[in-house]
Design a protein around this ligand. Structure first.
Ligand SMILES: CCCCCCCCCCCCCCCCCCCCCCCC(=O)SCCNC(=O)CCNC(=O)[C@H](O)C(C)(C)COP(=O)(O)OP(=O)(O)OC[C@H]1O[C@@H](n2cnc3c(N)ncnc32)[C@H](O)[C@@H]1OP(=O)(O)O
Ligand SMILES: NC(=O)C1=CN([C@@H]2O[C@H](COP(=O)(O)OP(=O)(O)OC[C@H]3O[C@@H](n4cnc5c(N)ncnc54)[C@H](OP(=O)(O)O)[C@@H]3O)[C@@H](O)[C@H]2O)C=CC1
Length: 515
């Protein structure tokens, strides 16, 4: 019997960010392994014309929850969606709902965040810092609370190269930042943002670091733990391999590469690609929830959920395997044949950006214009290159995260818990994982049918022929122009032609002699 699964039975659990990538997988695993849990409260806002109830309905009817509905048929009754907006005071939660949350919650998992790299500092602070502070204040009024688990990121201290499982202070106190965001106007915030974030690359990593400081400062006598995952990718094993539902992290770039838009990137092929499957993060999170509540460590423990030090894979190998999978299961209607080249050299990368990304987009838009259609490829390419510029920081460096606490926790688990809540990334086979990831993107994100693979392969063959034709035509035109303008080129040309002629004559003569 799993001790962790048993621990969550009968519990009332509050999850923020449950509609997000990680939140959904967390809920799914909880229901699948502890179907006897009492209730999961989720804080949800209406979005894209959907009410909170409609959003929950959509999640429960997705492929991800198919197994759960067999194991826990009353799952609909065990989810309590509470209307909430984490940007508002008291999260805009009604008095009755707040009362219920405060009096019943046993465990809190705080997953909600803005993960946009370029979010305005005011908004990033509001969600990643102020909301965390407010949630902790709420938590301190929960008499039945056993553990508060905060999800941060392994990149909150990406300005360092070796990162321990400790909280590193930021120069300006989070409280001061929160206060200043209330009265400074946007223009001034824009001006001071680079100074505040310092040697971090974006507002996301900076505000996640501030969020950790807030957790430390507001911890009072709560049992708190912080989890720091690295780059979260598709599921490894559970509930099935390759599940993913958003474009964050590598997923969007794998699509761009598979569709032939993105063929090269400025990145160090030997740098560690610290990906971690989302189900691994969720298993660790649930194990940490159990450990924090039952063992009540004296101080706030931080757990790194990373792969690099235990089972490293680099970007070059990853790109190679992604490309190999495209050969077997290509994406449909590709713009160009896929390539996945990581080049550390800035000039080479700029060259490929011009030749392999911008020029084809301009040529295609020209063709669209000629055929009376609206040009769009240059716009798509600009957006893509903006995204690429934002992730370049992360694919040109390697980090070392110590994992003492995570390994200590692993050793505390019973063999059954180690199996059910497996977060031992040493068991991960990267080649298999990446192949399933690409397949998952094709099925669950692009919603492409496997029956379309022969046609997609045929399309790639046509693209290859067009590529050869185009290159040959380009070469001939360039050569013709060169010959017309330069005596030297003409001499070279006549030399090559006469050499070929002589070679052929010799070959013919020697074969006649033999007969
Ligand atoms: C040839 C080389 C490629 C080879 C590929 C195969 C090799 C193997 C794969 C590996 C590739 C390398 C991947 C590296 C990834 C590394 C990421 C490292 C991150 C570490 C940070 C820490 C991790 C975390 O803690 S947080 C999670 C990460 N967060 C994110 O990923 C968020 C990123 N997104 C943003 O910040 C914004 O969305 C931004 C800035 C990219 C775009 O903002 P903008 O306002 O311009 O547009 P949006 O309104 O947001 O979207 C417009 C449009 O773009 C689509 N889109 C959104 N995000 C992405 C994306 N990541 N990739 C592609 N497309 C994206 C979005 O859906 C919109 O489309 P519409 O059609 O207009 O709706
Ligand atoms: N994905 C990754 O690679 C990594 C993620 N992390 C961390 O993991 C956690 C989860 O990330 P992930 O699931 O990927 O992120 P998502 O962007 O998929 O999910 C974010 C969640 O936060 C919710 N949220 C955002 N703003 C509000 C708001 N104003 N009110 C209520 N809810 C809100 C979103 O709700 P809605 O659906 O309404 O927008 C969504 O449920 C975050 O803390 C992130 O920092 C850490 C390392 C890597």
């Amino acid at each position: 019997m799993s001790m962790i699964a048993a621990f969550y039975s009968g519990k009332s659990i509050l999850i923020t960010g449950a509609t997000g990538f990680m939140g959904k997988v967390l809920m799914e695993k909880l229901f699948r392994t502890s179907p006897d849990l009492k209730v999961i409260y989720i804080l949800v806002r209406p979005k894209a014309g959907q009410t909170t109830q409609q959003r929950v309905f959509q999640i429960l009817n997705s492929k991800l929850f198919e197994k759960v509905k067999e194991i826990c048929p009353d799952v609909h009754e065990k989810i309590r969606a509470i209307y909430a907006d984490l940007n508002q005071n008291d999260f805009a939660i009604s008095k009755e709902d707040m009362q219920e949350l405060l009096s019943c919650t046993n465990i809190v998992f705080h997953c909600a965040a803005t993960v946009r790299f370029d979010d305005h500092l005011r908004h990033a602070v509001q969600l990643n810092v102020t909301a965390t502070q407010q949630l902790l204040i709420m938590a301190s009024q929960m008499p039945k609370l056993e553990a508060f688990i905060h999800i941060s990121t392994a990149f909150s201290n990406c300005n360092l190269t070796h990162i321990d499982e400790v909280i590193y202070p930021c120069p300006v106190e989070p409280k001061k930042i929160i206060d200043s965001m209330e009265w400074l106007d946007d223009a001034i915030i824009d001006e001071i943002t680079p100074k505040l974030i310092g040697d971090r690359p974006n507002t996301y990593t900076y505000t996640k670091a501030l969020g950790e400081m807030v957790v430390q400062q507001e911890s009072r006598n709560l049992n708190i733990a912080i989890i720091r995952p690295s780059i979260v990718g598709a599921t490894w094993q559970e509930p099935f391999p390759g599940w993913v539902d958003n474009l964050n992290g590598p997923s969007g770039l794998i699509i761009a590469a598979g569709k032939g838009f993105l063929r090269s990137i400025r990145g160090a092929p030997m740098a560690v690609a610290d990906l971690i499957p989302v189900d691994t993060v969720v298993n660790l999170t649930l194990a940490v929830g159990w450990y924090t509540a039952v063992h009540r460590p004296k101080s706030t423990l931080i757990y790194h959920c990373t792969s690099g030090n235990l089972n490293p894979c680099n970007w070059g190998k990853m790109g190679f395997q992604v490309l190999a999978t495209f050969e077997k299961v290509p994406f449909e209607r590709a713009f160009r044949r896929p390539n996945a080249d990581f080049t550390a050299n800035t000039i080479t990368s700029q060259y490929w950006n011009a030749v392999s990304h911008r020029a084809p987009a301009i040529i295609y838009d020209f063709y669209l214009r000629l055929t009376g259609r609206k040009p769009r490829m240059t716009k798509i390419m600009n957006r893509l290159l903006k995204t690429v510029s934002m992730i370049e920081y992360f694919v040109n460096r390697s980090w070392e995260w110590s994992t003492y606490n995570t390994e200590m926790l692993m050793s505390e688990l019973s063999p059954e818990d180690q199996r059910v809540f497996n977060f031992d990334v040493r068991q991960l086979n990267w080649l298999e994982y990446i192949e399933n990831y690409v397949l998952g993107i094709k099925k669950y994100l692009l919603k492409e049918d496997m029956a379309g693979i022969p046609e997609a392969k045929q399309h790639l063959k046509r693209l290859r022929n067009i590529h050869y034709l185009f290159n040959t035509a380009l070469f001939l035109i360039a050569w013709r122009l060169l010959i017309a303008r330069s005596q030297m080129a003409r001499n070279v040309w006549f030399f090559i032609v006469s050499f070929c002629y002589k070679f052929l004559s010799y070959f013919r003569a020697s074969s006649t002699l033999k007969v």
